[in-house]
Design a protein around this ligand. Structure first.
Ligand code: PLP
Length: 496
């Protein structure tokens, strides 16, 4: 299996190269040259197996330059029982008749990013052994909250790597900040910057592409790599859990092999929902992809009109991991739907960077509309949904997942479609305790840990120990720097 770039179809690299490079030279994203098929018989067979076995089966179709032993090493270490609080890893819970919640937050940091970021360090170090000789890998991350912690937890004490995370000083929740500043591990660093997430991201990109910095690193045998969601190594692990959810439905007799399901995803950078689409290209029977957005509804408009336009106000919402106006992974969908037309993709994304806007052809728009439904809701509706779902079904969901539930309900009311449906549940409600408590009418005046206790009394759902225990963890990282000081901070962290 080789990988092409969305902006250069003739680029052709192995999966190890795609994972180490992260992004193609001309700025395109790596995509598999074709989609390996998984048959209904395969699905029946793996439905009797564990998550790790299912993952090895699906990943083996793509990572053909990994030996089965290497793959087993990566997958079995990533999804170890001591790291995930659910035996099934990606747990499928029943919400109401024919509606299931795919809980992707039973990992160490309580958000779905763990599903990929627990595996990525293993994929990256295994890849590096194949394509880089004896180099140390430095991972730089700019985060708005969830990615930073998940990356730190994934890379902590991974031999041959160092990781440094930049977060906006006033742009993350208290719990998110504590999760990062108390991070354990001998190879980790965390640094606040006086600026917003965009400043952090721009700074990281600048350091990545700075020639002089690159040369200085090379002298010391270090290369940069990225852990953000455009890396193929973060996307491919996400394909697995859609197959796994289908297998669980098969195993429980909820569906027959071949029955189609709907998939609903609370979406930001379009990585999670794209993984579901890729699973479908590989043979997963899907009826509709339902793309749910918060007030930053650029994707809702795109699916309705074929026009992607980021020239609009940016809203800070209670589902911050979806506060995004440039959904990077959409590029991969468009590449596929234009019949892998790299020239068309280059032109569209040139327009996006110059004018903040592009329009796809009528043909592409119609294809998108035949498969995708887009919807959005605001913070008030999100909170109402958390309360309704809790009152009616005794199910507590976080703010991101609530957006998905709300948009699904709207879809179902509009279309009357009663196809069995899997809703991606992307974070533990305890990660956003304040907003969830507010939705349920609780006392939000208390501090974070009192809120956690109150939510747990109210919901009878146990708080994840790793969040409740933050109270007792020592803060290790207190540095806060100007955004101009990022390069210096990188040098210091790497001991240069
Ligand atoms: C990152 C994130 C999302 C958005 O996922 P994308 O793959 O970027 O679309 C949704 N919910 C939560 C909790 C997240 O952390």
């Amino acid at each position: 299996m080789l990988y092409n770039s969305t902006r250069n179809s003739s680029a052709s690299v192995s999966s190890a190269q795609a994972i180490v490079k992260g992004i193609s030279e001309e700025g395109g994203l790596f995509v598999p040259e074709s989609f390996p098929q998984i048959s209904l018989d395969d699905l029946k067979e793996i439905s009797g197996k564990s998550y790790v076995e299912r993952a090895e089966f699906v990943l083996g179709k793509f990572l053909t330059d990994f030996t089965p032993e290497e793959l087993h090493h990566c997958v079995s270490n990533a999804y170890r029982a001591d790291k995930f609080s659910s035996e099934s890893i990606a747990e499928l819970a029943h919400l109401y008749k024919g509606i299931y919640m795919l809980e992707l937050w039973h990992g160490p940091t309580c958000a779905f990013k763990d599903m990929a970021l627990q595996l990525l360090p293993y994929l990256l170090t295994t890849s590096a052994k194949k394509v880089l000789s004896d180099k140390e890998i430095a991972i730089l991350v700019a985060t708005s909250g969830d990615t930073g912690k998940a990356a730190l937890e994934g890379f902590k004490d991974v031999e041959g790597t160092k990781i440094l995370v930049f977060y906006p000083e006033d742009g993350v929740s208290n719990i998110q900040k504590l999760q990062m500043t108390t991070q354990q591990g001998g190879n980790v660093g965390v640094c606040a910057i006086k600026g917003n997430f965009d400043d952090a991201q721009t700074g990281v990109k600048k350091i990545f592409t700075d020639k002089a910095v690159g040369e200085k690193l090379a002298e010391h045998g270090i290369v940069f790599s990225s852990a953000n969601s455009i890396n193929w190594g973060r996307l491919v692990p996400q394909i697995v859990y859609y197959f796994s959810a289908y297998c669980d439905l098969l195993a429980n007799g909820e569906i027959e092999a071949g029955d189609k399901i709907n998939v609903v995803v609370p979406t930001g950078n379009f990585g999670n929902i794209l993984s579901a689409y890729y699973a479908n290209l590989m043979g997963l029977p899907v009826n509709k992809f339902i793309c749910a957005s918060n007030a930053n509804n650029v994707l809702t408009d795109f699916i309705a009109t074929g026009v992607y336009d980021r020239n609009r106000p940016f809203h800070t919402t209670i589902s911050p991991s979806m506060d995004i106006l440039i959904s990077s992974n959409l590029e991969r969908l468009i590449y596929d739907l234009t019949g892998r037309d790299d020239k068309a993709v280059r032109s569209l994304f040139d327009q996006l960077s110059k004018e903040g806007r592009y329009e796809v052809s009528k043909e592409v728009k119609e294809k998108i509309q035949s498969m995708f439904y887009g919807g959005c809701c605001d913070d008030t509706q999100t909170k109402q949904t958390i309360k309704e779902i809790f009152d009616q079904y005794s199910y507590l969901c976080d703010t991101h997942t609530a957006v998905a539930v709300k948009v699904y309900e709207e879809y179902r009311a509009k279309t009357g479609d009663v196809t069995k449906t899997v809703i991606a549940s992307t974070a533990s409600p305890y990660k956003f305790t304040g907003s969830v408590l507010e939705a349920l009418g609780g006392n939000t005046a208390a501090d974070d840990f009192a809120q956690i206790e109150e939510l747990s009394e109210l919901s009878k759902l146990e708080a994840p120990a790793q969040l409740a225990n933050l109270k007792n963890c020592e803060v290790r990282f207190t540095k806060s720097i100007d955004k101009d000081g990022m390069e210096q901070a990188v040098f210091e962290a790497l001991g240069l």
